[in-house]
Design a protein around this ligand. Structure first.
Ligand code: F3S
Length: 505
């Protein structure tokens, strides 16, 4: 896979300056009290979290700051906010980007002359709210070409744009207003960093099969970059916040992938994404094996993982159901073990995106029939059937990227898995989860379920064949205090780092 990076991608100078200033303030400012950022310093969770861990406090209102220093981020603020900061006796560190400052100045000057201010931008974006605050909030904000109808015909206009607007939108609004005879002062205030990023993203999207845009989901310039790329690759543009968001299963066959990033995306986020994309182009098939005791949440986690990564989830239960349905269809008696085993060896089962195919036919609905439910455990208890199914599971895993869960996946079924996880939780927590799941469906108590789980654990750990033991190279994850999303995120991070590490060898 050829991974190409846009010539202009990632941090712009305005964001870099804001971050630098924030670090400088929290690291060196020991005499001026706490350091606040009015709103998240940039639209990037990871960077904001890092700074907050170092001591930066994010506030939404000036009144939330009691003393100390307030940093105004690169988006800028309304004029009145400066007065509020002064009135509360707070120290001010202003990192408003010079491009934004220039717009505020233009707006303020034209407003003073009595001109009508029109701002092309997103009215809820902090930068636009800030700009409007320099003309007494009397500016008219428009974000679509058809909104030009709202612009009065009888006033002198001053038209500016949010710094991250699409240049195409600015031009089309200008064209729409071209035949007006009134005086219009036009200012193309889209910043150079935005224009460069959009142009080089456009150039790249025209050359590759897939585009990855990295940046915060709330970042205006990142969203605009994704829009630019979607103009070329409507279904092949992926907007991600971090490398663990990549739907890896969709990328492994790609020949060329382009990468760009918004102005608030750090260099490290781009490097990590590019390294992972390059690491997955080996043609290998990846396997994530999840083992663990009953009630640890294995199948839920495995399904979520498969969905996030676009891998095949090997649903062993569905496979046994498909075989049972096949046995019934072939009019084989349930006590004819030899014929059942023969059928188990001849059946062809495929799993694709939650659907189950038997000899090419989608049987996902048929395998849920009562008749199948009645016989499936008999079929699954036949040792030679289990052997045949393991072979089939291994075969599926050689042709697809897979996630599989069970009790002997890492030790028996997928011994060479890329990542093996042993998922646990305390007995109490597993019993609680099971109880929550069953309490409205059946009459049971928490204590009964807890007892069953303890007995099951004992049986699993002491059984003669393939007892429940973690593979030597399995990573242990205790999910007792973690949400499903946290466990999934943890496993994806481990998996991505494992792939990157393997590729460096
Ligand atoms: Fe400034 Fe443009 Fe960056 S306005 S903060 S240089 S995206």
């Amino acid at each position: 896979m050829n991974v190409l990076i846009a010539e202009h991608a990632g941090f712009c100078f305005g964001v870099e300056k804001a971050i630098e200033k924030a670090y400088e303030e929290i690291d060196t400012n020991v005499i001026n009290g706490p350091v606040y950022s009015l709103g998240p310093i940039i639209h990037n969770h990871q960077v904001v979290e890092q700074l907050e861990r170092r001591g930066l406090r994010t506030i939404n209102e000036i009144s939330d700051a009691e003393n100390g220093t307030v940093i105004i981020r690169s988006h800028g603020v309304p004029e009145i906010t400066y007065k509020e900061i002064e009135n509360r006796g707070l120290r001010l560190v202003d990192t408003t980007c010079p491009f934004v400052k220039k717009i505020q100045r233009i707006v303020s000057e034209h407003h003073a002359k009595g001109h009508r201010i029109v701002i092309i931008g997103n009215r809820t974006h902090p930068e636009v709210i800030g700009i409007n605050g320099w003309c007494n909030n009397e500016g008219l904000v428009i974000s679509e070409t058809h909104e030009v109808e709202k612009i009065p015909h009888d006033e002198t206009l001053c038209i500016v744009a949010q710094t991250t607007m699409l240049i195409g939108l600015f031009q089309s609004i200008k064209n729409e207003l071209a035949n007006r005879i009134q005086t219009i002062h036009w200012y193309n205030t889209i910043c150079l960093a935005t224009q460069d990023r959009q142009q080089t993203a456009r150039d790249l999207a025209g050359k590759v099969g897939v585009m990855v845009v990295i940046g915060g989901k709330h970042s205006s310039n990142t969203k605009k970059l994704a829009e630019v790329c979607k103009g070329y690759l409507p279904n092949e543009t992926y907007l991600i916040e971090k490398y663990t968001d990549l739907p890896l299963g969709l990328f492994s066959e790609e020949e060329s992938v382009g990468v760009t990033a918004g102005a608030s995306t750090p260099k490290k986020a781009i490097e990590n994404t590019v390294e992972l994309l390059r690491a997955i182009s080996t043609g290998d098939k990846w396997q994530i094996a999840i083992d663990g005791p009953a009630g640890a949440g294995k199948s839920t986690i495995a399904r979520h993982l498969a969905e996030r990564l676009h891998f095949v989830y090997i649903d062993t239960g569905a496979m046994y159901r498909a075989l049972t349905w096949y046995i019934i269809e072939n009019k084989c008696e349930m006590d004819n073990i030899d014929q059942i085993v023969t059928l188990a060896h001849s059946v062809r089962i495929d799993l694709k995106q939650d659907r189950v195919y038997l000899d090419g036919k989608d049987v996902s609905d048929e395998i849920r029939s009562l008749q199948v439910t009645e016989h499936v455990s008999t079929v699954a208890s036949i040792k030679d059937v289990r052997k045949a199914m393991v072979k089939l599971q291994q075969k599926i895993a050689t042709k697809n990227h897979v996630v599989m869960d069970g009790r002997d996946i890492g030790t028996v079924v997928l011994q060479e898995a890329t990542l093996k996880v042993f998922l646990t939780a305390t007995v109490e927590e597993r019993a609680r989860r099971r109880f929550e799941e069953l309490k409205n469906k059946t009459e049971t108590t928490y204590d009964e379920i807890k007892k069953q789980i303890e007995e099951r654990d004992h049986a699993d750990e002491t059984r003669e064949h393939d007892p429940l033991i973690p593979a030597n190279d399995a990573v242990h994850i205790d999910s007792t205090r973690l949400s499903i999303e946290e466990v999934v995120e943890k496993i994806i991070l481990l998996f991505c780092d494992r792939i990157k590490l393997n590729s460096r060898k």
